[in-house]
Design a protein around this ligand. Structure first.
Ligand SMILES: NC(=O)c1ccc[n+]([C@@H]2O[C@H](COP(=O)([O-])OP(=O)(O)OC[C@H]3O[C@@H](n4cnc5c(N)ncnc54)[C@H](OP(=O)(O)O)[C@@H]3O)[C@@H](O)[C@H]2O)c1
Length: 152
């Protein structure tokens, strides 16, 4: 649990804090924080992981504001489920192929969008609102019935 908080939340905060003075001296610099759609729709069985991503999303908003008058831009990648080793590369058809994810994400980053979202991530990113609890309960019930393969 602590390792997840250290890696997912404190890691990016410490990294950008250590480099920020150097970045500010550059004519142009970028910080890219890697969150997840789970920042917006938490998986109950990965509660701490999801919470670290929500916290990093929140930090990103503050960091972008604090750097608004500098040449340092702050962008966020919030991937959906992508077919990588993170969740036991299973080739599950629900996972986005890595090549397609990289191509769409690089294009979104290059366009300067604050949130570099691929198509699949948008419905989950946009869930917030008064229906949040129902939306998240439905998501967790779906995953309980159709689990994500976690390897052996
Ligand atoms: N794949 C998904 O479905 C998905 C969805 C949403 C968000 N994300 C996020 O996307 C990012 C990349 O994940 P991925 O899917 O590319 O996973 P991955 O294939 O498992 O790669 C994770 C990478 O993080 C490195 N890493 C892990 N712990 C570390 C630590 N304590 N210090 C430094 N490096 C560490 C690993 O290094 P080693 O190889 O040396 O161990 C590896 O290169 C992560 O932030 C993840 O939370 C992924």
């Amino acid at each position: 649990m602590l390792a997840t908080v250290e890696t997912n939340l404190l890691g990016p905060i410490r990294m950008s804090s250590a480099l920020i003075d150097h970045l500010k001296r550059q004519p142009r610099a970028a910080i890219v924080n890697n969150t997840s759609v789970l920042a917006h729709v938490p998986i109950a069985t990965s509660a701490v992981y999801s919470a670290t991503k929500a916290a990093l999303h929140s930090y990103t908003l503050s960091q972008r504001f604090m750097l608004r008058d500098t040449a340092v831009t702050v962008q966020e990648i919030a991937p959906p489920w992508v077919n990588t080793d993170l969740i036991y590369k299973s080739d599950d058809p629900r996972a986005m192929p890595l090549d397609a994810f990289i191509a769409q994400t690089m294009a979104a980053l290059a366009s300067g969008r604050e949130e570099a979202l691929v198509e699949q991530a948008i419905p989950m990113r946009n869930n917030a609102g008064p229906n949040e609890h129902k939306f998240i309960d439905k998501f967790n019930a779906y995953l309980a019935a159709n689990p994500i393969p976690m390897g052996s």
